[in-house]
Design a protein around this ligand. Structure first.
Ligand code: ADP
Length: 244
């Protein structure tokens, strides 16, 4: 339960975790973190920690499910039982099934699936610790894992949630802001294409707030995109992964 007088935004315009309204949480990105998959990435945004792994393109089993003109993209978003305060039930919840679908649809809009007919590409997003923004961090990690697997894409995806808390528009909500705020809007973009590949809204925003929220998200997305590119450059220039 929220304490009666708990303020999420101070008079001075500082958030509960010390950030300004337009500030991302500390971001750490590593690529190629798992040996057994064709591509993998780790994204940490504050206390939210997510791995993504990609297998494929590979032959489809059973064969009759294969598509003659493109690859099938399978996606599974999953939160570990220990990723949240109260142990999450084992197995896939309705929420995880929904998030698997929206992440897959966002990825499908950038991956050149037609280059790999009759194959499947499997994407796993595993949330190790959840503190808000897991679908967006998962999507960012999944696009980097696809890049490491050498799967051609029109662009990387960078994603973040914005929201309204105590009347203020805030970038990159943490769990408590998400829970007690008035609105939460996860957004994912292919920044080079200037195209939105995922947009969801939980709660209510005015038309003006929606416009401002999108601008705020774009600012965060551009910062995340730069870090993604830096992480890829680091990986392929042979320098060992370090925190950025
Ligand atoms: P997102 O993680 O993409 O922001 P939601 O808005 O559905 O997705 O969830 C917000 C946050 O709520 C999660 O990041 C997590 O911290 C928390 N949460 C989600 N599912 C559960 C759960 N089953 N138990 C406890 N906390 C949860």
């Amino acid at each position: 339960m929220r304490e009666q007088n708990l303020k999420l935004v101070s008079e001075e315009g500082i958030r509960i975790d010390g950030r300004r309204f337009d500030e991302l949480r500390p971001l750490k990105i590593e690529i190629g973190v798992l040996d057994k998959s064709d591509g993998s990435a780790y994204v940490e945004l504050g206390k939210t920690k997510v791995f993504a792994a990609v297998f494929g393109p590979k032959e489809v089993h059973p064969k009759h499910l294969a598509l003659p003109d493109r690859a099938i993209l399978n996606c599974r978003y999953h939160m570990t039982s220990f990723s949240v305060d109260e142990r999450k039930p084992l197995g896939m919840t309705r929420r995880e099934i929904e998030l698997s679908k929206v992440i897959r649809e966002a990825l499908e809009s950038v991956v050149f699936l037609e280059e790999f007919p009759r194959t499947s590409i499997d994407v796993y997003v595993e949330v190790i610790q959840a503190d808000g923004g897991t679908r967006t961090a998962g999507l960012t990690a999944a696009s980097l894992a696809l890049a490491e697997a050498g799967i051609p894409m029109a662009d990387l995806i960078a994603a973040v949630a914005v929201g309204k808390v105590e009347g203020h528009l805030l970038l990159d909500l943490c769990d408590i802001e998400d829970k007690y705020g008035e609105a939460d809007m996860p957004i994912a973009m292919a920044p080079r294409l200037n195209s939105i590949v995922l947009l969801q809204l939980n709660g209510r925003l005015t038309k003006e707030e929606l416009k401002k929220g999108l601008e705020l998200a774009k600012k965060g997305i551009n910062e995340i995109y730069q870090k993604e590119r830096e992480a890829l450059r680091r990986k392929y220039s042979g320098v060992s992964p370090v925190e950025v």
